[in-house]
Design a protein around this ligand. Sequence first.
Ligand code: CA
Length: 66
Amino acid sequence: MDSQCHCNDGFGGCSCEVPDENECKYRPCDVFAHCTNTLGSFQCTCFPGYDGDGFSCQENVWNEDF
Ligand SMILES: [Ca+2]
């Protein structure tokens, strides 16, 4: 589990010394996904109740089967 630091746009790392682009500001993820900026990359995670890879999320219709 990586610790996330909150740096100014354009920098990352735990001392905010590493250049990094905050890809999340371009809204790369699905509208039903949360974007997490990481060093050198980013992650898209579907909201709870939605299934997908983060770039394409659909409402989880299987919940009721449990
Ligand atoms: Ca990044």
